[in-house]
Ligand binder design. Structure first.
Ligand SMILES: [Zn+2]
Length: 141
C-alpha cells in the first residue's frame, strides 16, 4: 500500500511524465508513475507511432522500464491525463499487463493532481487471465 507521501510523489512524477507524452496524433497526453515495493518510482508516458497500432500507453511504458531495471514487485501505479470531467482508467491492454504482476493499487488522478479515484488491478480486470492460470492442470485429450 502506498503511503500518502509516496502517493504525492507518484502524482508529481506522473504529471511530469505527462508533459513528455509523445502524442502527435491523438493529442491525448497520459502520464504514469509506478511504485515498486522497494520505493523506487518509474515514470511513463504514452508514445504514439505513425502506424497507430504500435502506440504504447504510459502505464506499459512504466512497467517495461521497471522490469528492464529488475523491478517486478509493485505497490501502486498512478495514471493521469488532461481530462477534467471524468476519471480515465487504464485501457484493456494495460489492465492485462498490470495483473501479470499481481494485485496492487491503481490511482486515477485528474489534472488538478488532487482529485483521485482509487481502484486496483484486480478490480479493473475481474476474472482476468494471469500467470497462475498457466500452472493449472491441463487435459492431454
Ligand atoms: Zn493502455
Amino acid at each position: 500500500m502506498a503511503s500518502q507521501e509516496e502517493l504525492n510523489k507518484m502524482i508529481k512524477v506522473a504529471s511530469d511524465a505527462k508533459s513528455k507524452a509523445y502524442c502527435p496524433y491523438s493529442h491525448f497526453r497520459v502520464g504514469a508513475a509506478l511504485l515498486c515495493e522497494d520505493g523506487t518510482i518509474f515514470s511513463g508516458c504514452n508514445v504514439e507511432n505513425g502506424s497507430y497500432g504500435l502506440t504504447i500507453c504510459a502505464e506499459r511504458t512504466a512497467y517495461t522500464k521497471a522490469v528492464s531495471e529488475g523491478h517486478t514487485k509493485y505497490k501502486a501505479i498512478v495514471v493521469t491525463t488532461d481530462v477534467e470531467d471524468r476519471f480515465i482508467t487504464p485501457c484493456g491492454a494495460c489492465r492485462q499487463f498490470g495483473i501479470e504482476f499481481g494485485n496492487f493499487e491503481v490511482y486515477c488522478v485528474k489534472p488538478d493532481q488532487k482529485t483521485i479515484h482509487k481502484t486496483s488491478t484486480n478490480e479493473l480486470l475481474p476474472g482476468g487471465f494471469g500467470p497462475s492460470d498457466l500452472e493449472a492442470p491441463r487435459s492431454s485429450q
